[in-house]
Design a protein around this ligand. Structure first.
Ligand code: SF4
Length: 482
């Protein structure tokens, strides 16, 4: 869960794969983590079989769906603001429009949503999207509709997602749902339920389809990808009771990653998110062995203090985290490591904060997602701990963390000066129409003159300059990945 594309990124649906016979229009927006964006593609697919094509024009939509995030209070406030906007459009321009709320906020608030937000006709939790056609019938007959039942086995493995917001080059492929970790600050185990892994065949079939349609990069997604485990379905935690045959033929994350790398040697493979206690050496060796697996690990830690890690129920110590970092550096020397950090968790002292700063200085992350603590109702921390760090202290500590990260990011990008890196061209640079932008294997954005190269091509680029977030260079030819 931890890495979020979040509040900063809003989804607008592109009209892709629309069907001529469909007569209704769906406007779908996504907020929060990559999983939500991936889920919206599943929802668009389910509704494309039920007479809905996607539109980017809110005012013409028959149905507006907003896929929501509950990770922080700020994220929820953003959703409330969007509902106000929908309300105005419905009142002034499009009175027939129906509005549904999907995702984590739907799961957290349930019927409360229908009571608090009169604009909302439909509330659907993350495991209930296949019920949307039935729920919409209910809405058509003039009733509100809700399904927030969490599932033990739903993975949407049988749904072929309709790609939204796509550049036709990179796509998300979800491999697990839910989380069993129960970090005390996190609402995800309550909104997305228990951890389930998706059948490997359906993952491979989805990647094959993406490859056949020209995609060059996939990101395998899950709240906790390293604990992926397929032994025939069901909850991961029941694995111990599975038959000997199921155990012997089980597929774990290292095997899945290797299967994907070998089957699609010209496809770039990313994955997110990893949890320190679940990331083991076999995965590191697979990452090192295959050129097409990107050398980037997003490894949230949240705090550098053992006392706070324990209060967060993070299930690893500072020392264990350092040991893992050391193994990553030894096995994959060119790997970037990125973080998630929370400033001002309940009871956090100045010494705990300094422990976080010293952990960061030890690792020198390439990038990070950093937030001040936001109490989430219903979580263990929300119920048991006072949100006792004053807001100005949280803000000051967060700023110190952000400033330190900026220094480390600059240090890390400078390491690339003079190196030649492989870049997958994704889009035109925001700064200049004469330049391409795309990421290298280490997930750092690289900008370089277009020359005759095209979007979707892999190009070797020699790095000549950098900022703390971007590398600049000159293309020196195509890479072997083309
Ligand atoms: S409970 Fe922990 S591991 Fe699971 S999604 Fe939340 S932060 Fe991530």
């Amino acid at each position: 869960m931890e890495k979020t594309i979040e509040e900063s990124k809003q989804g607008e649906s592109l009209v892709l794969e629309n069907k001529a016979q469909n007569s209704k229009k769906l406007f779908i927006e996504s907020y929060g983590c990559a999983m939500n964006f991936s889920d919206s593609e599943v929802v668009a697919s389910i509704l494309s079989e039920n007479n809905y094509n996607t539109t980017t024009i809110l005012e013409e939509a028959d149905l507006v769906l907003i896929n929501t995030c509950s990770i922080r209070d700020k994220a929820e406030q953003t959703i409330r603001k969007r509902l106000e906007k929908y309300n105005a459009v419905k009142r002034d321009l499009n009175p027939k429009m129906k509005v549904g709320v999907l995702g984590c906020m739907a799961e957290r608030l349930k019927t409360q949503f229908l009571e608090e937000e009169k604009i909302v006709d439909l509330v659907v939790g993350p495991d209930a999207y296949k019920d949307l056609p039935n729920l919409l019938q209910e809405v058509e007959s003039g009733n509100d509709a809700i399904n927030v039942i969490l599932s033990k086995d739903e993975t949407y493995g049988d749904i072929s997602p309709v790609r939204l917001n796509t550049n036709g080059i990179s796509a998300f492929v979800s491999i697990t749902r839910g989380c069993d970790n129960m970090c005390t600050f996190c609402v995800v185990p309550f909104t997305r339920g228990r951890e389930r892994s998706r059948e490997p065949e359906s993952i491979m079939a989805e990647i094959q389809k993406l490859w056949n349609t020209g995609y060059k990069e996939i990101t395998l997604l899950g709240q906790n990808v390293d604990s992926y485990l397929w032994y025939g379905g069901g909850l991961k935690k029941d694995f111990g009771n599975a038959s000997e045959f199921a155990q012997a033929t089980a597929v774990d994350f290292a095997q899945l990653l290797e299967n994907v790398a070998v089957t699609f040697p010209k496809m770039r493979i990313r994955f997110s998110t990893s949890n320190p206690q679940d990331m083991h050496e076999p995965v590191l060796h697979i990452i090192a062995r295959y050129h097409n697996i990107c050398k980037h690990i997003h490894l949230p830690v949240q705090s550098g203090s053992d006392r706070i890690l324990k209060a967060m129920n993070r299930l690893h110590t500072r020392e264990e985290y350092f040991n893992l970092i050391n193994r990553i550096r030894a096995i994959i020397p060119n790997c970037t490591i990125t973080q998630d950090m929370i400033a001002g968790f309940p009871t956090e002292t100045e010494q705990d904060h300094q422990d976080t700063m010293s952990l960061m200085s030890h690792v020198k992350y390439s990038f990070g997602y950093m937030y001040s603590y936001s109490e989430r109702p219903g979580t263990m921390a929300g119920r048991k701990l006072d949100d006792d760090v004053p807001e100005p202290t949280k803000a000051r500590r967060l700023q110190e963390i952000v400033d330190l990260q900026r220094e480390h990011s600059a240090f890390r990008t400078q390491e690339f000066l003079g190196q030649t890196v492989e870049v997958l061209i994704e889009k035109e640079s925001k700064r200049s129409a004469d330049e391409w932008a795309g990421k290298n294997s280490q997930s750092i954005m690289v900008v370089f003159p277009k020359e005759n190269y095209k979007a979707g091509e892999f190009v070797n680029v020699t790095i000549t300059d950098c900022t703390s977030g971007t590398l600049k260079g000159v293309a020196v030819g195509y890479s072997e990945m083309n």
